[in-house]
Design a protein around this ligand. Structure first.
Ligand SMILES: [Zn+2]
Length: 308
């Protein structure tokens, strides 16, 4: 790589009307710096829904939802868990489980380097947090994915942690809730990644055989291997407003089928109209709805167990 050519003194410079030296050609770096001065980073975020500038602190207070137009911004797994479970009631499972580079994958950068970088950036060990906690009065086995960790991709750790969570829910007779967001299988783990689809689905089949409830919550985006396994297997499937949900992205489908796609294709709302999603639930109402629905399904389960 060659170093960019810097303007020498006098080159690209001229005297302004007041005698000040002005730049005829602005170096790129200087432009970026000027913009940063106008909008301090980490203080304001522009809403992609309504273009309003939102104060970050206020956005955090509203669970990362724009209070003007209701646009749902990405939210980390930890923030979600904090918003859902009762204080100090969450016992995390398999918190230290980390991926190994079984395939010795080398691409743009080696897999261990990628993992280390994302672990440092997110404070997570992998793309899901699992554990058991109380949501209102309902003891719940809760799994929450984080898109910030390698696009919420499912490798062996995500699959194993979720399978263990599902098995714990089955053993203890608990309501299971998984909040998904994922770009799909983790390419760095190849076939090991694809095997997680079968493993999580099989664990869910045992959970269902015990007539125990599972609520799946789809958030933006939930796609590919995750959508094609545990995310679409909920007894109840809820989705956040505007979430993109599907197997392949709309552009890929359009290119493959050469067909014009219907408006709103692969949005949560479209899938509710077509029967895959049971309810669209804004983030702020999720806790309340989980308590209500959890109460219904557990009551149903109790009556079946005690019934004739
Ligand atoms: Zn907005």
């Amino acid at each position: 790589m060659s170093t960019p050519k810097m303007p020498r003194m006098g080159e690209g410079l001229a005297a302004g009307p007041s005698g000040d030296t002005i730049l005829l050609r602005k170096p790129k770096l200087a432009t970026n710096r000027a913009r940063k001065r106008e909008i301090p980073e980490g203080l304001w975020t522009k809403c992609p829904g309504c273009a309003t500038m939102l104060y970050d602190k206020e956005l955090d207070d509203h669970l990362k939802v724009c209070r003007h137009c209701g646009h749902h911004f990405p939210i980390s797994a930890r923030e979600r868990i904090n918003a859902l479970v009762e204080t100090c009631s969450f016992e995390e499972m398999d918190a230290t489980m980390t991926s190994v580079d079984a395939l010795q994958f080398t691409g743009v950068s080696p897999y261990p380097d990628k993992l280390a970088a994302y672990q440092k950036a997110t404070g997570l060990k992998d793309a899901v947090i699992t554990g058991i906690g109380r949501i209102g009065p309902v003891r719940t086995a809760l799994g929450v994915m984080d898109f910030g960790f390698l696009g919420g991709s499912m490798g062996a750790v995500v699959g194993e942690k979720l399978a263990r969570l599902i098995e714990a829910a089955t053993d203890r007779g608990l309501l299971l809730v998984i909040i998904s967001t994922s770009g799909g299988a983790r390419m760095y783990e190849g076939m090991f990644s694809l095997m997680q689809m079968a493993k999580t689905s099989a664990a869910l089949a045992y959970h269902a055989r015990q007539r125990l409830p599972y609520i799946s919550v789809l958030t933006h985006p939930t796609t590919a291997g995750v959508m094609a396994s545990f995310a679409s297997l909920g007894d109840l499937i809820m989705a956040e407003p505007g979430a993109m949900v599907g197997f392949a992205g709309p552009r890929v489908i359009k290119d493959t089928t050469q067909a014009e796609l219907p408006p709103g294709f692969q949005t949560a709302e479209f899938l509710q109209e077509h029967g895959l999603v049971d309810a669209i639930v804004p983030r702020k109402q999720l806790k309340e709805r989980l308590i209500t629905y959890g109460g219904y399904v557990l009551a149903g389960q109790a009556s079946r167990r005690d019934g004739p």
